[in-house]
Design a binder for this molecule. Structure first.
Ligand code: LMR
Length: 328
């Protein structure tokens, strides 16, 4: 009998041991607001694949696209509550946490995405990843989308064409000032509401990248898109200090490497994705893509660039100068 009991105890201990080994994987939630078929959507899925391949059974990444879990109005608050562990808002959406990132919204700051990339990788650009540390937000890397275009229900060729119109902007005072500079009204609205606002004509226009205009069908409810390339829409992938610190050092390293690779992948496909989506919009014939002459483009530059001076103190002249230098 004692032997039998011992066998039972041993079996129970074994069962308990295997139970603890088979513990549930730790879930990392990654929430974002765009479609899956976008640079950010693809980057998030790549990150999931890499983490689950390298830490099988230990970590699991759940990706929630299309503002399904959290949207523009609450994703950063949710991050700080650890209700979500990774988000990648556009650089225009951090205003409540730092004024420094307003830099990226200055109209006509970067001549192209190569300049954006050069600045982000520079010392000044990397320093901005830490600009929200005191608020508990940890910047893990920059992710590209691309340059923004204006859209409306009539051709916007000159600044006066925008006058009196209502445009949706992301929650950024710089973007609001950019439209005020051409006598237009800016309305700050979450990304998830833009299609309906355009469709119901509650607003006249918006600004976004080709991949967002295509994947969210804005081109079906806007007759004209001006190829203005007037500003950049990029992201910062962020986590909370709470979550990041809670990870064991060796796991954090593997997760960070997976993230860096996923970001590199997203950055590599972003340019092509936007080019393809631009072409798909042209081919659809639902919306006319309008190119600007150099003179027309210059008129927008002249109207909008004075906005820089208003934000120079908040952003820092040294940071603006470093960004401008990346155009060389
Ligand atoms: C927008 O709100 O227009 C964009 O920031 C959406 C996104 O995340 O690309």
């Amino acid at each position: 009998q004692p032997l039998k009991n011992l066998a039972k105890v041993t079996a129970l201990a074994g069962a308990l041991a295997s139970f603890s080994v088979q513990a549930e994987p730790v879930e990392i939630k990654f929430s974002h607001v765009v479609a899956e078929n976008t640079p950010k959507g693809q980057m998030a899925l790549k990150f999931k694949a890499l983490v689950e391949e390298r830490l099988p059974g230990e970590y699991q990444v759940s990706v929630f696209p299309n503002s399904q879990l959290f949207g523009d109005n609450n994703e950063l608050a949710a991050l700080l509550l650890n209700d979500v562990q990774l988000v990648a808002p556009s650089l225009s959406k951090f205003e409540r946490y730092t004024k420094k990132l307003q830099l990226f919204d200055l109209p006509f700051l970067f001549k192209d995405m190569a300049a954006v990339d050069k600045f982000q990788q520079s010392e000044a650009g990397q320093k901005l990843l830490n600009s929200m540390k005191r608020k508990g937000v940890v910047g893990l890397g920059y992710l590209h989308n691309g340059m923004k275009q204006f859209s409306a229900n009539e051709p916007l060729l000159l600044p006066k064409d925008a006058s009196g119109k209502k445009f949706r902007v992301m929650a950024s005072d710089v973007l609001a000032a950019q439209f005020a500079a051409v006598d237009a009204t800016a309305v700050k609205k979450p990304f998830s509401e833009v299609f309906t606002l355009l469709q119901t004509r509650a607003i006249d226009g918006q600004e976004n990248t080709w991949s967002n205009i295509y994947s969210k069908k804005f081109f079906e409810v806007q007759s004209h898109i001006t190829e203005s390339n007037h500003g950049v829409l990029d992201y910062m992938v962020v986590t909370s200090n709470t979550f990041w610190k809670s990870l064991p050092g060796d796991k954090r390293k593997i997760i960070k490497e997976a993230l860096d690779e996923a970001i590199a992948y997203g950055n590599k496909i972003a340019g092509d994705k936007n080019d393809q989506d631009r072409q798909l919009i042209i081919d659809s014939k639902r919306s006319l893509v309008v190119e600007l002459t150099p003179e027309q483009r210059q008129a927008w530059v002249d109207a909008m660039k004075p906005v820089w001076a208003k934000f120079e103190d908040q952003i820092g002249k040294d940071v603006i100068d470093a960004a401008v230098a990346a155009n060389q």
